[in-house]
Write a protein that binds this ligand. Structure first.
Ligand code: C2O
Ligand code: CU
Length: 459
């Protein structure tokens, strides 16, 4: 039997929910732009920031910030991100959702050593979408992301710009994650090998008891009586959310991991496993000035059910709209698939320790488990024991079936999909990107660090 995620209890004094203002991560500015590319530099640094009022919290951040600066890029425009490692440990940076050449993908053993730097080159031959960048170091992704190594990377394109969706200050990225705080403000992370039982306690994943949005605990945001686009990202190590605006508030989903849906869909709740994104539009004109609108996690009760609160502050003009059709999302045809591959996500015993595996094997950077051909359409059948959010690098996919049922809703592109307990999810994908080595893995970061990852090579 698999232990449940380990909930770390904070001993620091926690703020009253909805008193801390929502921070918006600063936009990164290119240090150079030329005819063919934009160049950014992100320096990974240790820093101390105020997350809980009056306490200093040591973090590791891109630019010394948590979340790191937001990069706003254009589809088809080469974007070069220089990551300089000013930390005392090796790092790897991955653009989650990027269709990226293998040398820039952040393969888990492709380390940037302390004091070194590296240019990650992103051609961005892909659709507009809400992506994010984060650490991906083998065996240490969980602790390094927990310390703060994550940020937004928003890709725009002409199709999206032509739509009258909310923009500017009404286009708000929200990175939701959980952490815990010791009395001195630090965010302790359990040592996997910290004595008897430690590894088992770590096995289910690590949960915090404080919900952060853009690095602030249970924040508040003042809004106009107007439509807002909220780019929801679950940046948690192991926590899943079912987000809702009770009572009766609606969320209109317009985008998913892989960009705009074919058509909007109205939801009462949006479920996000670690790594997943959903772009939703909320129309605050449905409320009155002075109303408080809470975003809650329906999977929890008490403090951890709270996420953030919007307060409707004023009447305002709103020229935005949600078009009936959003984007061309052509379904991939299963009849054109050249192969169906099976991937079993299960726990198992290796060298006397319990760990996580794919097809009975722990991650090994010297082994290639699948060799799809460039341009081929493939069906991948993913099966779980307990719940696992599964993420595929390089290529977006479409979900063909969940537990044998075709998903309802408009066609969409995904890069991360939640397998619930003992479930099979079939995805269809096309490897149109680049030849080389990529990974498929569980995005519960503790499962990932405990080897639930597999290498495939596009040939
Ligand atoms: Cu968001 Cu391979 O990771
Ligand atoms: Cu998992």
């Amino acid at each position: 039997s698999t232990p449940p995620p380990r909930l770390l209890a904070s001993s620091a004094p926690l703020p009253t929910p909805y008193t801390v203002p929502l921070p918006i991560p600063a936009l990164a500015k290119p240090y150079r732009s030329d005819a063919s590319a934009d160049y950014y530099e992100l320096v990974q640094r240790a820093a101390e920031v105020e997350i809980l009022p009056g306490l200093r919290t040591p973090i590791w951040g891109y630019g010394g910030q948590f979340p790191g600066p937001t990069i706003r890029a254009r589809a088809g425009r080469r974007t070069v991100v220089r990551v300089a490692n000013g930390l005392g440990a090796p790092t790897v940076t991955h653009l989650h959702g990027g269709h990226t050449p293998p040398e820039s993908d952040g393969y888990p053993t492709d380390l940037v050593q302390p004091g070194a730097r590296r240019d990650y080159v992103f051609p961005l031959e892909q659709r507009a979408a809400t992506l994010w960048y984060h650490d991906h170091r083998m065996d240490y992704t969980g602790p390094q992301v927990w310390r703060g190594l994550a940020g937004f990377f928003l890709v725009g394109d002409e199709e999206e710009s032509a739509l009258p969706l909310p923009s500017g200050e009404r286009d708000v990225p929200l990175m939701i994650c959980d952490r815990s705080f010791a009395a001195d403000g630090t965010m302790p992370y359990p040592a996997r090998d910290g004595g008897p039982g430690a590894r088992e306690a770590f096995m289910g994943g690590v949960l915090g008891d404080v919900i952060l949005v853009n690095g602030a605990p249970w924040p508040r945001l003042g809004v106009d009586r107007a439509r807002y686009r909220l780019r929801l990202l679950n940046g948690s190590n192991a926590r899943t959310y079912e987000l809702a605006l009770p009572p009766g508030g609606t969320l209109t989903q317009i985008g998913s991991d892989g960009g705009l849906l074919a058509a909007p869909r109205t939801l009462e709740r949006v479920r996000l496993a670690p790594g997943e994104r959903a772009d939703v539009v909320v129309d605050f004109a449905a409320y009155r000035v002075g109303d408080h609108v809470e975003l809650r996690n329906l999977l929890e009760e008490g403090a951890q059910a709270r996420v953030m609160r919007f307060t409707v502050e004023r009447d305002a003009r709103d020229d935005s709209a949600i078009p009936k059709t959003l984007s061309r999302v052509e379904p991939l045809d299963p009849a054109k698939a050249t192969v169906t591959r099976d991937f079993q996500f299960t726990s198992g015993d290796l060298h006397g320790h319990t760990g996580w595996m794919i097809n009975g094997k722990p991650f090994d950077a010297r082994r290639v488990d699948a060799k799809p051909r460039l341009g081929d359409i493939e069906i991948w059948r993913l099966t779980s024991d307990v719940a696992h959010p599964v993420h595929l690098h390089l290529a977006g996919f479409q979900v063909l079936s969940v537990g044998g049922e075709r998903p309802s809703g408009p066609p969409e592109w995904k890069d991360t999909v939640e397998l619930r307990e003992a479930q099979t999810v079939e995805i269809i994908t096309r490897f149109t990107g680049y030849r080389g080595r990529y990974v498929l893995h569980c995005h519960n970061l503790e499962h990932e660090d405990m080897a639930m990852m597999s290498t495939f090579e596009v040939v």
